[in-house]
Design a protein around this ligand. Structure first.
Ligand code: KG4
Ligand code: ZN
Length: 339
């Protein structure tokens, strides 16, 4: 059944993302018509991290122009929309409220349903935007700036959390480690780039929690190990790259070990990787290798849909709206919200 296009709006952190999607499970990209993104990286770079108030203000500035751009690219007008989906949490409350208020107002003005989407469900479903998407049941590794989770997806909307982080999220560990070695914000991609120049094995850090049963993560100890190594190192560019490589290898190994453990525990043969850290090349390569060696399949979103974007929110919202889950007009956000 072909429905009308859904507008997706993402404003939970430092990216303003919008997309238009006409939900059609048979179509490439599930019917993605257009998407547009504005990244606030330059705005926050001089502060070394996201400044919530600046983020909110910039979402106000950029959201409607992006909606116009996406409509134009798709050859649509607002009257063509069948619903509006927006990220209702988790995230920065002011940033969330910008997207929520704008999305609800548009839906109200157009007389169409609106739906608040869980940001991590958006990440989780992002691989469905690719050709040959994974069919549930599958295991998903969600690794972003705010979360590191292993989730058993029994069906869309039926999620069981298998493991979570006890302290820093994987992306947070990348960002904090990068910062302590003097790399610019956002640290994750900068550290990964530097690690490409590093010598494998020059620095070896422990793989946290892999010797214990269970599927939880803990990355703050690893960050401390890197801090000590960095403090005691000569500060040459090569040493910095070697430490970056040692850190990246430790985190990627740890994630890969827990993924395989989760697949074994659930008897599943399909693994989905999503969230910003899913853009990490070494993680993608290592899991692709492990998949061919161990007889499972791994699915990734394309790089631009690993990090925050409107397309994943349009998709998650379109699926829920197609299932009749539109909501009343209350503007609600959940800065903290479990999946
Ligand atoms: O999903 P996302 O865009 O936002 C959140 O929901 O948090 O994830 C952002 C996180 C940041 O911590 C960033 O450093 C990390 O993803 N990240 C990476 C890479 N690209 C983004 N970490 C490691 N390697 C990358 N290539
Ligand atoms: Zn995210």
């Amino acid at each position: 059944k072909i429905s009308k296009p859904i507008l997706g709006v993402e404003t939970s952190c430092d990216e303003t993302g919008v997309a238009l999607l006409r939900w059609d499970p048979e179509k490439p990209g599930r019917g993605l018509l257009s998407h547009a993104l504005f990244s606030q990286i330059a705005l926050h770079a001089e502060y070394g991290g996201v400044v919530p108030e600046l983020a909110s203000r910039d979402h106000v500035r950029k959201l409607l122009p992006l909606v116009r751009e996406a409509l134009k690219e798709a050859g649509l007008t607002p009257a063509d929309l069948g619903g509006v989906a927006y990220t209702a949490g988790p995230g920065l409350v002011g940033a969330l409220l910008v997207g929520a208020a704008a999305a609800r107002a548009m839906a109200w003005a157009l007389g169409v349903p609106a739906i608040g989407v869980h940001h991590m469900e958006g990440h989780l479903l992002a691989p469905l935007l690719e050709d040959d998407p994974p069919e549930p049941p599958f295991v998903a590794l969600l690794v972003s700036g705010g979360h590191s989770m292993l989730v058993e997806v029994r069906a869309i909307g039926d999620y069981r959390i298998l493991g979570d982080t006890l302290d820093d999220a994987a992306g947070e560990a990348f960002d904090k480690t990068a910062k302590l070695m003097g790399l610019p914000y956002p640290g994750g991609p900068a550290l990964a780039k530097l690690a490409e120049q590093g010598t494998p094995g020059a620095f070896r850090f422990s793989r946290p929690m892999v010797d214990r049963p269970g599927l939880d993560f803990s990355f703050s100890g690893l960050k401390t190990q890197v801090l000590l190594a960095w403090q005691n190192a000569d500060k040459t560019e090569q040493t910095r790259a070697d430490i970056a490589r040692g850190f990246e290898d430790a985190i990627v190994d740890t994630l890969a070990i827990k993924c395989r453990r989760a697949l074994e525990a659930t008897g599943t043969k399909r693994l989905v990787i999503a969230g910003g850290v899913g853009a990490n090349k070494r993680l993608r390569q290592q899991l692709a290798d492990a998949a061919s060696a161990n007889g499972f399949r791994v699915y990734f979103p394309r790089l631009q849909f690993c990090t925050d974007n409107g397309a994943m929110i349009a998709l998650a919202g379109a699926i829920r709206l197609a299932a009749g889950q539109g909501q009343d007009q209350t503007i609600q956000v959940h800065p903290r919200w479990s999946l």
